[in-house]
Design a protein. Structure first.
Length: 176
């Protein structure tokens, strides 16, 4: 029975998350996610696993082809968070020390005003502090302090953000 339910969710997700209507995608996502805040935007081609464990704040942008994997724990995204395309946020991974290749999961918390550039991978059990920036193609393996700029594999501090964070994201594409 669970296999049938999972297959149906996969088909529905693929259909609704690829439909070229932002309004219909948001209508659908407000019904399946744990929370989707006001003014948040999902572009086409996102993949969502275990949507009831995913909480997204107000005025966030989740760009195309982003993976949000809530199977191993909750993914909590604050307000005014900008996540660029092809980013993968994992709450589940395999335990490299397990004799049986067991899985382990943990929550991922992304605070307000975080900017995650394209093709970033965020591993389970991490907190990305308010106002932090993660550079393109980075792999985040440790917590990121607030207002820091990190980059690389694994991501390391490369700077400090000096913005006063007074903006509100307002990206509302009609057909993207």
């Amino acid at each position: 029975m669970r296999t049938i339910r999972d297959a149906i969710l996969l088909v529905i997700n693929y259909f609704f998350l690829n439909i070229p209507s932002h309004t219909l995608r948001i209508f659908y996502l407000k019904r399946i996610l744990g929370k989707l805040g006001d003014g948040s935007t999902f572009l086409r081609g996102c993949e969502i696993r275990n949507p009831k464990n995913i909480y997204i704040g107000d005025n966030c942008v989740i760009n195309k082809n982003t993976l949000l994997d809530g199977r191993g724990g909750e993914i909590s995204i604050g307000n005014n968070v900008d996540i660029a395309q092809e980013t993968n946020i994992w709450s589940l991974e395999h335990d490299p020390h397990s004799d049986y290749h067991n899985s382990r999961g943990a929550d991922v918390i992304i605070k307000d005003y975080v900017w995650i550039a394209s093709r970033v991978t965020i591993l389970p059990g991490l907190i990305i502090g308010a106002g932090a920036v993660v550079a393109c193609n980075s792999v985040v393996t440790k917590d990121v302090p607030k207002m820091s700029i990190v980059g690389g594999i694994p991501a390391k501090m490369i700077g400090i953000r000096k913005s006063k964070l007074k903006y509100t994201l307002n990206y509302r594409p009609k057909f993207k």
